[in-house]
Design a protein around this ligand. Sequence first.
Ligand code: AMP
Length: 192
Amino acid sequence: MNIILLGPPGAGKGTQAQRLVDERDMIQLSTGDMLRAAKDSGTEMGNRAAEVMARGDLVSDDIVIGLIREKLEAGGSGFIFDGFPRTLAQADALGELLEDVGQTLDTVIEMRVEDDVLVDRIVNRAEEAKAAGKPVRADDNAESLKVRLLAYYKQTSPLVGYYHAKGVLTGVDGLGSIDQVGMDIAAILDAD
Ligand code: AMP
């Protein structure tokens, strides 16, 4: 089973993806994590992407599609796409890539959370990281967050209609506790 977790920054996609990895042995494919890893290993692409990411804008479709292509061509199944696709072009490309490797997209779970809560969660995430002496994400600040939210509404939210039209979209209330949201997601996956 291959699924997409769709939702704005701070909706809890990464947290829920990690749960599914632990509980169901699925494979998390987070383009954000891949891009941060590319930056940490000092590749030219990573450094270029880092500037765009720090601003809160989207990295080019070609780069992220290439990252996902590499993972899918390496084989396996049970993918959780976390933070990908973020544009209609990426969504089309994902459909083609899955077809090329003989896989299907089973479910798209839209995690719905209000903007005020997103801002609070991200500001808290940055403060917690700072207090624990962990590195704070360069884009977890009020200014970048504004750009990230705008990018979500302008470029990514059309995917809600796109996947609804394909008959694969289900929404969950992302406002509940981590456990509650996890149970709602589990119920969707088990019903499939
Ligand atoms: P995330 O970790 O998913 O919040 O992503 C952090 C940042 O990485 C985003 O704000 C974008 O700059 C970039 N990014 C991650 N995934 C994508 C994607 N699918 N398309 C374009 N940019 C992306």
